[in-house]
Design a protein around this ligand. Structure first.
Ligand code: WTA
Length: 679
């Protein structure tokens, strides 16, 4: 097996030497190639830098435009690129209306509730059309929602989530979906940041066998938004079960509305899709960054949809006849691009699953795949590791046949990749290891499944039209085949790229462009390489291997958590003097946060404090951020200038050599901490 340098816990600088052995390549099965959407190698020629940006016409033409664009790439707002300038289109029209002619009775979504005894619900394109129209009519006529308004949606994996999103898109309103597992407080802060006055939620949903009270979080969200200077004026609540209400949260008159009641006057009402400028924002998606505050990545209408559709078609190989299941959550970017927008733009059938993969047992995903005859499957390494551990022989018991599988979100270990390939894919399905980010809207790197062989543990080359480059910290290019890791960057813009950080354009430039931009005044895309914040190496064959984040972000089970965010959440506990979060290796989740705290003078160490801290993290961020351990230590290892040495703590947590600590102000502390942690 390749050495474990793709382990994020060991990556603290871009410039590390990587000694990994080449993995054996796997070739796509001929049955896959025979039916694939993209088999023409010349696509890479067509999308070469010589043909940039004109090449992206090929993606834009997958969409229906109300008005054709006049400028394919407008650089005047560099580095906020405007694609297909002058063009107008509507996203809900492209995802729904235009399919009615051929597919009106075809399933757009098949929803699988978590309780196995509950029946699946199929929503055809025609039904989706009706429901999105009614909801859009209600938003517009009762709540005054109009183009450009931001709407926060805090919902789990139920069909009413994409219905709400598509209704916003129909009106040109900007949705901001907050992952359902996030706390009400996290939701409220995001709502305030985006200036949302309307929150869409649901009373309850199933997760791991329990019906969770979700509506209760809306009250916290309203309060948190207010504390941040925002105001949620109305809360719209869907119901998990018709005519039932499963929440302890009391209904506040004036503020709260049940969707079922609000919809009544809008039965069968139609709303003309609003033709939006291509560069108008479609949605915000918040993600973690190096400082405490999450960043609202603003995605465009035309460029984003073209990119999601093009990549879903060529890389995911989605045909309208396929049954496609992405097990991610719509509350993350993967769900936006590759559960909702990409698949629907192509007229596909997209499966939505409410619950967790292991409920009631690790055979569940394979039963769903067999029952629905899913042929394209999409998930993350953390889930693959979990399923492999819980039941390595389980998939073989079921009769399902994937032609195509995706992995996304974090590096996958070659061992785990091979299990996915042989046992889940039965040696027939191709695998694409897609590398990208919330910011990038769609894939940056992947193999093209019918063209390239697969290499376990590596994503592929840059996508057609994406030209990656690895820079060392001085901005010098690291050549392919040089086993030195560097900063993964993209030379050129692409249509899926986010446009800015909502309300903080300076941070957008500082975080993603400043490092390698030589002329801040430049209006040429050539001067603005995009900085991903990941460390990577490029093999001689042009395949990239992503090693992990180089900033203070921990990628837990494929989800980004800011270490500062976690530390700030911890510091609300009164007894705590200092807190430091470090990434620690975990067999299932890949990486987990581990928390070090020191207490204020006079406070005694206790289990109760640990519990208080965990609770604080759950309330401020969500269960997803729960630390693997909380270590109460007498003091943090510090430099002479007082900086906490997180790197030393990370080494201790991961049982690695702490290296040279002679420069520390309190070197003795290290020995004490090692005893506490490693006893
Ligand atoms: C990591 C998820 C290795 C990377 C789509 C990136 C990956 C961060 C891969 C973005 C992959 C994503 N191999 N690492 N195939 N895909 N990453 O914003 O560190 O939630 O920067 O977007 O996940 O996470 P985000």
């Amino acid at each position: 097996m390749a050495n474990n340098k793709n382990d994020q816990t060991s990556v603290s600088e871009a410039q590390i030497a990587v000694h990994w052995q080449e993995e054996e390549k796997f070739h796509p099965h001929h049955s896959f190639i025979a039916q694939a959407n993209m088999t023409d190698e010349a696509i890479y020629e067509r999308f070469s830098l010589d043909n940039f940006p004109e090449c992206y016409r090929e993606y834009a033409e997958l969409l229906d435009w109300d008005k054709y664009w006049h400028t394919i790439l407008d650089e005047s707002q560099a580095p906020s690129w405007q694609w297909f300038k002058g063009g107008k289109l509507n996203v809900s029209y492209n995802c729904i209306d235009r399919h009615l002619k051929d597919f009106k009775n075809k399933a757009a979504f098949i929803w699988v509730p978590e309780p196995e005894a509950e029946a699946n619900i199929t929503i055809t394109y025609q039904e989706l059309y009706i429901r999105v129209n009614e909801f859009a009519a209600m938003l517009r006529d009762q709540f005054g929602v109009k183009a450009g308004d931001r709407i926060t949606i805090h919902m789990p994996m139920i069909p009413e989530l994409p219905i709400s999103m598509l209704a916003c898109a129909r009106l040109g309103a900007v949705h901001s979906v907050v992952f359902g597992g996030f706390s009400g407080k996290a939701c409220g802060e995001r709502a305030a940041d985006s200036g949302s006055e309307l929150l869409i939620t649901i009373d309850a949903y199933y997760r791991n066998g329990t019906l969770l009270d979700h509506r209760i979080k809306a009250d916290e969200a309203v309060a948190a938004a207010k504390a941040e200077g925002g105001e949620i004026k109305a809360v719209l609540t869907w119901q998990r079960f018709k005519d039932q209400y499963h929440s302890k949260s009391r209904i506040k008159k004036g503020r709260d509305h049940f969707v079922a009641d609000a919809l009544r006057p809008y039965n069968r009402k139609k709303v003309d899709p609003v033709a939006m400028p291509s560069e108008a924002p479609l949605f915000l998606m918040y993600t973690s960054g190096t400082t405490g505050k999450p960043k609202g990545c603003q995605h465009s209408t035309g460029g984003y949809l073209a990119y999601a559709a093009g990549t879903a078609k060529f890389v995911q190989d989605i045909h309208p006849t396929d049954v496609y299941w992405c097990m991610a959550d719509i509350g993350w970017i993967t769900g936006h691009s590759y559960i909702v927008y990409g698949p629907l733009a192509l007229g596909a059938t997209s499966v939505l699953y409410e619950g967790v993969p292991g409920c009631p047992d690790s055979g569940r995903p394979w039963r769903i795949a067999e029952q629905l005859n899913v042929n394209i499957f999409h998930t993350a390494p953390t889930t693959i590791r979990m399923l492999r551990k819980a039941g390595p022989e389980e998939p073989a018991k079921y009769n399902f046949n994937f032609k195509h599988m995706t992995t996304v979100g974090e590096p996958i270990e070659p061992e785990v990749w091979r299990w996915y390939y042989h046992v889940v894919g039965k040696g027939k399905a191709v695998i694409v290891d897609t590398y990208w980010q919330t910011e990038t809207g769609g894939f940056l790197c992947s193999t093209m499944p019918a063209i390239h062989p697969m290499k376990p543990g590596s994503t592929g080359p840059g996508m057609p039209g994406i030209h990656p480059v690895i820079y060392d910290d001085e901005g010098k290019e690291v050549e392919r085949g040089n086993p030195v890791a560097g900063n993964m960057c993209i030379r050129n813009p692409w249509p899926g790229a986010f446009q800015t950080i909502y309300g903080d354009h300076d941070r957008f430039i500082d975080t993603y462009f400043a490092k390698f931009n030589k002329d801040p005044q430049s209006k040429r895309w050539q001067d603005w390489p995009y900085f991903t914040g990941d460390a990577a190496v490029a093999a001689a064959d042009g395949y990239y291997r992503i090693l992990g984040r180089i900033d203070d972000v921990i990628n837990v089970a494929g989800h980004r958590l800011g270490t500062k965010e976690l530390e700030s959440a911890t510091m609300v506990v009164d007894e705590i003097a200092e807190a430091a979060v470090v990434p620690v290796h975990d067999d299932i989740k890949g990486v987990m946060p581990e928390l070090y705290i020191s207490l204020k003078p006079g406070v005694k160490k206790s289990k109760a404090i640990e519990e208080k801290v965990i609770k604080a993290i759950e309330v401020n961020i969500g269960k997803i951020a729960r630390p693997k351990h909380v270590w109460i230590v007498p003091d943090m290892p510090k430099t002479r200038s007082g900086k906490i040495m997180r790197r030393v703590l990370a080494s201790i947590s991961n049982r690695r050599d702490v290296g040279d600590i002679t420069t520390l102000a309190n070197g003795d502390m290290v020995k004490e901490i090692i005893e506490i942690v490693q006893e």
